[in-house]
Design a protein around this ligand. Sequence first.
Ligand SMILES: Nc1ncnc2c1ncn2[C@@H]1O[C@H](COP(=O)(O)OP(=O)(O)OP(=O)(O)O)[C@@H](O)[C@H]1O
Ligand SMILES: [Mg+2]
Length: 193
Amino acid sequence: MIDNALFLLDPRLRRAGVRVELELPPDGTPGEPVALCDANRLEQVLVNLLANGLDSVEGRAEPRLRVAARRTGGGNGGGAGGERVVVSVADSGPGLPADVLPRLFEPFFTTKAAGGGLGLGLAISAGIVRDFGGTLTGSNGPDGGAVFTVELPAAPPPPSSPLPPPPSAHPTTAALADAAAGDTQCPTPGPQS
Ligand SMILES: Nc1ncnc2c1ncn2[C@@H]1O[C@H](COP(=O)(O)OP(=O)(O)OP(=O)(O)O)[C@@H](O)[C@H]1O
Ligand SMILES: [Mg+2]
């Protein structure tokens, strides 16, 4: 999932010489971050956040993006108050000025030059995340760059028995950590285990 989003932006990331750091638990560990969300729509959110990060670091010294995904929270996967999946995208850009912070998710709010952005990326992303019962927040990290955090209900952990997976449910689950195993398979919407 994160892999796919990075792949879409790969030419721009290379051209700008951006170092991308991934912080993901290894595939198959109990803490594997699998979110209850449509894979394509979550990918759209990640592409928006990465593109913003890329815009913010372009032309700066040591341009860096850091993507982290982890599972967190209480005992019951998927339910309200249960486990969550937290994905963050941090950059080494100039960060979010105080006058921009309250307007981040406002449709058509942009500080980019004409033709540089419509100001819709974060408004659309926040809507997608909200549709799946999650939150999207933006803040400044300890080193001054921006950090955007997506929090979503986690998919229930897979059964530990060797039984076949249960019939598919909606919404589909989006495995965020495909990159950890070098898996290049594209998570598709529709029936998945
Ligand atoms: N990583 C970031 N660093 C600094 N500022 C940011 C970052 N991400 C978003 N912003 C600020 O928030 C504004 C709104 O972002 P948003 O993604 O909604 O629109 P956009 O990137 O300007 O245009 P679009 O996404 O429609 O191409 C940006 O114009 C910028 O001022
Ligand atoms: Mg944008």
